[in-house]
Design a protein around this ligand. Structure first.
Ligand SMILES: Cc1ncc(COP(=O)(O)O)c(C=O)c1O
Length: 480
């Protein structure tokens, strides 16, 4: 049969054949760091719970062994293999830590799985705003002081969730946060989706497990050689009952977990334990070299060139974030132009490109990246539009609107979609915001006010983009 009859297969095959440099997840980068058996005929390894293969939801054999080895490597008391990404890991983590009606401190720019978890578990959010770097138009990290204040103002919370690191590889002062959280007898939950590699090298920021998290989640597929959806959920603290976690995971995940994904989780751990130190040494060196070249040849900036905000303790040296303002284009434009010269990045924002690098990327890949970026820069027209400088001046409110009902109540209300301008005075039923700053302005259950709408429209007029709107212009609100 002709693959043209299967559009998705056709497009994937074409992408593979194009030889695009993959600076996006998954971290195995087209299988480069996989064993032969995976590459030769992966479908042959795709089995189910037949004798000898154990069972993810009551493991006593090979899966139990693989999870135990992972727990040892990541410094956990118990590790669960997740086959639906950190998304389900985060849902399970929150459901395990909280009972219906409990309050949890969360950064306002959390991943959307945090909102779905709040709906599923009926958890009440206490938001902490991440700090905002006005010069570079980006949300950075939550500060220790803000977490401490939130804890003092809400002594009835169950715990605190921290994102460590964020998409840009910025880490918070997690050790200090751990102290203020545990001093008050609360739980520390960490979304370490972007930091699964941290534990394998002393020059990387310390991982959440090393810093005392009670429960933490890592997307192995983002930064390790693991298949998409492969993630780890680790438990350490005495106040998390892993039998309860196991029960919740079995509720949320498929009853037919992929052996390929689970095997890749086992493989990623084994490879990194055996060779991670050397592989990460090489990666850090290659990323550093690429940054130097891009700085000197093209004038591109990286996060190392920014004034470090005080709430950011460390940067992940393997995350390549390129500020393209010196080229006079936006990050969004750069992403499109780069694809034309054969590079696909993970993400772009107004000023930057975010490239996910992993141990599957060798020096030659970085040399090719530098070459292709130079080609892209060469082909730029002489007089191009500069990015919207007004962003730097823009006042981005730290206001948190009034919470009128819980995210779960908002979700289960009758919802209507109305134009943004007409939504003042209504209760938001979605997560609405703008890039920049990429932090929601209105969250589910919150009262929509005029200042917030004006702010969103202003950012949009400056060329920013809004997120969370239905059909691009309607706000989901609770029906009156
Ligand atoms: C900070 C953060 N947390 C969680 C997730 C969800 O991870 P996954 O794709 O493994 O479900 C993401 C995904 O991009 C993320 O960026």
């Amino acid at each position: 049969m002709d693959i043209n009859e299967a559009p998705l297969v056709k497009t994937l095959v074409e992408y593979t054949n194009e030889g695009i440099l993959r600076f996006h997840m998954p971290g195995h980068k087209g299988g480069k760091a996989f064993p032969e058996a995976f590459l030769y005929n992966p479908a042959a390894l795709d089995v189910t719970e037949i004798p000898g293969m154990d069972n993810l939801y009551c493991p006593t054999g090979v899966i139990a062994q693989a999870q135990m080895l992972a727990a040892k490597a990541f410094g956990a008391r118990h590790t669960f293999f997740m086959v639906n990404g950190s998304t389900v890991g985060i849902q399970a983590m929150i459901m395990a830590a909280c009972r219906p009606g409990d309050k949890l401190i969360i950064p306002r720019n959390s991943h959307r799985s945090v909102w779905s978890a709040m709906v599923l578990a009926d958890v009440k959010p206490v938001y902490v705003q991440p700090r905002y770097d006005r010069v570079n138009s980006m949300a950075t990290q939550v500060s220790v002081q803000d977490i401490q204040r939130a804890l003092d103002d809400n002594p009835d919370v169950v715990g605190v969730l921290v994102v460590h690191p964020n998409y840009y590889g910025m880490c918070s002062h997690l050790k200090q946060i751990e102290r203020v959280v545990h001093d008050r007898g609360k739980l520390l939950l960490v979304d370490e989706a972007h930091g699964a590699h941290f534990v394998f090298h002393p020059d990387l920021p310390p991982s959440a497990g090393e810093l005392g998290a009670d429960i933490w989640v890592q997307s192995a597929h983002k930064t390790l050689p693991a298949l998409t959806q492969g993630a780890y959920l680790h438990v350490k603290g005495p106040r998390i009952d892993e039998r309860r976690v196991a029960q919740i995971i079995a509720m949320l995940q498929t009853s037919s977990p992929s052996y390929l994904i689970m095997a890749s989780l086992d493989w990623a751990r084994a490879l990194m334990e055996a060779e991670g130190r050397k592989l990460i040494d090489n990666l850090i060196e290659a990323v550093h070299h690429a940054k130097e070249q891009l700085r000197s040849h093209l004038g591109l900036l990286t996060l190392d060139d920014y004034d470090r905000s005080e709430e950011v303790e460390a940067l992940d040296p393997t995350r390549l974030v390129l500020d393209v303002r010196p080229l006079g284009i936006t990050g969004y434009q750069a992403e499109k132009l780069l694809r034309r010269v054969g590079v696909q990045v993970e993400m772009s924002d107004i000023h930057r490109l975010v490239l996910i690098c992993s141990v599957a990327d060798d020096r030659a890949v970085f040399d090719a990246l530098v070459e292709r970026l130079a080609k892209m820069a060469d082909e730029l027209p002489e007089h191009r539009l500069g990015p919207c400088v007004e962003y730097n001046e823009m006042s981005i409110s730290q206001e948190i609107p009034q919470q009128m009902m819980s995210p779960r109540e908002a979700f289960y209300s009758i919802i209507e979609n109305i134009p943004l301008r007409e939504s003042v005075g209504r209760i938001c039923a979605g997560v609405i915001g703008a890039y920049p700053p990429g932090v929601p302005r209105f969250c589910p259950g919150e009262l929509i006010d005029k200042e917030g709408i004006d702010e969103l429209l202003y950012i949009q007029r400056q060329g920013g983009s809004l997120f969370g709107l239905v059909e691009g212009h309607l706000v989901p609100v609770v029906s009156e």
